[in-house]
Write a protein that binds this ligand. Structure first.
Ligand code: KG4
Ligand code: ZN
Length: 340
């Protein structure tokens, strides 16, 4: 059978990334240039700085991805690129580079949804995983509980009503003085803390069992910190981090298991930056074992933003015949499952 080699490009937020993916599941290269150090100065991603940095790095990152894969553009069958959701100026850099290569080499262009990429990251190391399955996507910008019905076919069962899970980690980390990006720091310091030290609320949303809300939890952490300060009580950062993290994890696990159970599902996966959280992985693995369902999660490098996952998602679109024209534009608010 003919092999399909895809060059994938990702630039939706603060990572400039390119990868070469063969037949949807074999990663020949996965190059990521992270801008985290630049944005740390400002405590979060500055869109204008992100776009400029993408422009500076995109060609180098693409060249490196081709070189590491041991291929040239002549070996590439299609270009897959993230065209939404994300920061418009950042997305445009990847989309423009992809269009330029596609035009110059006469190779097909396939636009990919960023969240679809995160979900597809699970296919990389779990070669036997195929839809249907349920997937919890938890990243800096998104919290979606999704039923993956078939390749490229999604039903969103629940989503956050306010902050994304990763956003809550980042905001709470800032409040307890851990800095940006907060997720990995809370993950680490929680090892030394007591997750039952402080009982933070687990939000329930009336009439919508699978939706999430994290802004009340964040406020509750802020109130706790304020009240300690006012009373002159010592704040044990590791305990606050561990207790906050447990509150997030409890809700993510409960909603996810409820969704899989009620659909009589047999497979469950997590994806997105927060999916690299070791405590979340452990809690999900235990819950899935109890429910007797198979549990999947990508390695940390495929949880956070990368282009390999875009190449995987792009492959399944490509073999379905999806092709985009040179009018492909960045769509910052692109919905999962929406085709533009
Ligand atoms: O998927 P991602 O790289 O970018 C988006 O598409 O948003 O996710 C980044 C988010 C950040 O909010 C970061 O704090 C969070 O993922 N994150 C984590 C961990 N590693 C990254 N959150 C909790 N625990 C972690 N180990
Ligand atoms: Zn992402």
């Amino acid at each position: 059978m003919e092999t399909i080699t895809i060059l994938a490009i990702e630039s939706s937020c603060d990572e400039t990334a390119a990868a070469v993916v063969r037949d949807g599941r074999e990663i020949l290269s996965n190059v990521i240039h992270s801008q985290i150090d630049l944005h740390t100065l400002y405590g979060g991603v500055v869109p204008e700085i992100a776009s400029r940095q993408h422009i500076e790095k995109i060609n180098q990152v693409i060249d490196k991805a081709l070189e590491e894969a041991g291929v040239t553009l002549d070996d590439i069958d299609a270009i897959a690129v993230t065209y939404g959701p994300g920061l418009v100026g950042a997305l445009l850099v990847g989309v423009s580079a992809a269009k330029a290569i596609s035009f110059a080499k006469g190779i097909p262009l396939v636009g990919v949804h960023h969240i679809e990429g995160h979900i597809c990251a699970n296919y990389i190391e779990n070669k036997s995983l195929e839809p249907p399955f349920h997937c919890l996507v938890v990243s800096g910008g998104h919290t979606h509980l999704v039923h993956v019905k078939a390749y490229g076919e999604y039903e969103i069962l629940g989503r956050t009503r306010d902050d994304a899970a990763g956003e809550a980690f980042d905001k709470v980390a800032r409040a307890i003085g851990l800095g940006y990006p907060g997720g990995p720091k809370i993950d680490r310091i929680s090892d030394e803390g007591n997750p039952d030290a402080i009982v933070f609320p687990r939000a329930k949303i009336e009439g919508s069992v699978y939706d999430f809300s994290f802004s009340g939890l964040k406020s509750s952490v802020l109130n706790y910190l304020n009240s300690c300060e006012m009373k002159g009580e010592e704040i044990v950062v590791a305990d606050v981090a561990a207790s906050f993290q447990k509150a997030v994890i409890d809700v993510l696990v409960n909603h996810s298991m409820e969704a899989v159970r009620s659909a009589c599902g047999t497979k469950f996966a997590i994806a997105g930056g927060v999916a690299s959280n070791r405590h979340l992985q452990k809690a999900m693995a235990e819950a899935c074992e109890k429910e007797r369902i198979a549990f999947y999660h990508p390695s940390p490098v495929y949880c956070t933003d990368n282009a390999a996952m875009i190449g995987v998602a792009g492959y399944y679109e490509y073999i379905k015949g999806v092709r985009h024209g040179y009018d492909l534009n960045a769509v910052p608010g692109l919905k999962l499952g929406e085709r533009i």
